[in-house]
Design a protein. Structure first.
Length: 195
């Protein structure tokens, strides 16, 4: 499965980067996430509960970051196991591009799944992955508003904040990887980002 999307954030590139690399923020924003913790340099362990159609399971996985260019971009690879439910693995590229409204977060994910999850069909898996990504971004936006109310208040005053899905839904240090891992495990999830 391949997925690409972008989202405008009202916070600065550095603020987004810091949040996307904060395990506590990621744990709070990733749907079904029970654990995000560092296991080594640029390596993380993640645990999450996922339900896709009739299949639900707890997935345990690892994420490794590479080609890290703070606060602008990184690549990550993920591998998650859900027992008899199946597995998910893949890679993602995450970019934070500063602009006059804050920064734009964009990512592209390539993932594959196997086991019972793969038997559900691509349409159901893709739908679950997109839902999880939108849920992550909604929670991430809310967390950024909580942590940086001044950035959002300024944009709200001129009617510029859009908390809806990014305009280019097409086909971080961690956040993206987290939802990407979830999507990889659930769809080919994982989730992104930084600021």
């Amino acid at each position: 499965m391949d997925m690409q999307a972008s989202r405008q954030l009202a916070v600065t590139q550095q603020q987004a980067w810091d949040a996307l690399n904060d395990p506590a923020v990621l744990k709070a924003c990733i749907p079904g996430c029970d654990k995000v913790e560092a296991t080594g340099e640029n390596q993380y362990a993640i645990a999450m509960k996922l339900k896709i159609g009739p299949v639900s399971a707890k997935f345990i996985g690892k994420i490794t970051l590479s080609e890290i260019n703070p606060p602008a971009s990184y690549k990550l690879s993920f591998d998650g196991q859900g027992g008899v439910a199946g597995f998910g693995k893949g890679s993602a590229e995450v970019n934070l591009i500063p602009n006059e409204d804050g920064c734009e977060l964009s990512y592209s994910v390539h993932a594959s799944v196997g086991g019972k999850i793969a038997q559900l069909g691509q349409r159901l898996i893709d739908g679950a992955a997109k839902f999880m990504a939108e849920d992550f971004f909604k929670k991430f936006d809310e967390e950024m508003q909580r942590q940086h109310p001044e950035s959002y208040a300024e944009k709200m005053a001129v009617g510029e904040v859009n908390t809806q899905p990014g305009p280019r839904l097409q086909n971080q240090r961690i956040p993206v990887w987290v939802w990407v891992l979830g999507a990889a495990a659930a769809l080919a999830l994982a989730v992104w980002l930084g600021s």
